[in-house]
Design a protein around this ligand. Sequence first.
Ligand code: ZN
Length: 134
Amino acid sequence: MVLTVKTRDRTELVDITAEIGRLVAESGVRHGLCLVYVPHTTAGVTINENADPSVRKDLLMVLNQMVPWKADYRHIEGNSPAHVKSTLVGTSQTIAVENGHLVLGTWQGIFFCEFDGPRSRTVQVRILEGVFRE
Ligand code: ZN
């Protein structure tokens, strides 16, 4: 399954929890694993707090401080900071599925991480059925 995400800013965290949860529900899988994979070199996916939107802003602020836009980068395309952030954050997450629902903590959400937007992006989702021991 493929999810399309349209980003609006150069760097942005987009909450995709509801869309992933809908795909899990539609799959009919009751127990298993949900793989969320971002097939891009300047984007990523992370899980963090979705209750207070300030957390998203703080994450982006720190990432932007860690990886400045201007530095002695070699990559001719000029978007090396976005590539570095993609590697720091990672491009996949795996979430357990129980009783047809994602197993997420009360405050957790799944965020698509845009590091070189705005663009139209895709997120690959695979839901594996099976009972896994805790
Ligand atoms: Zn590049």
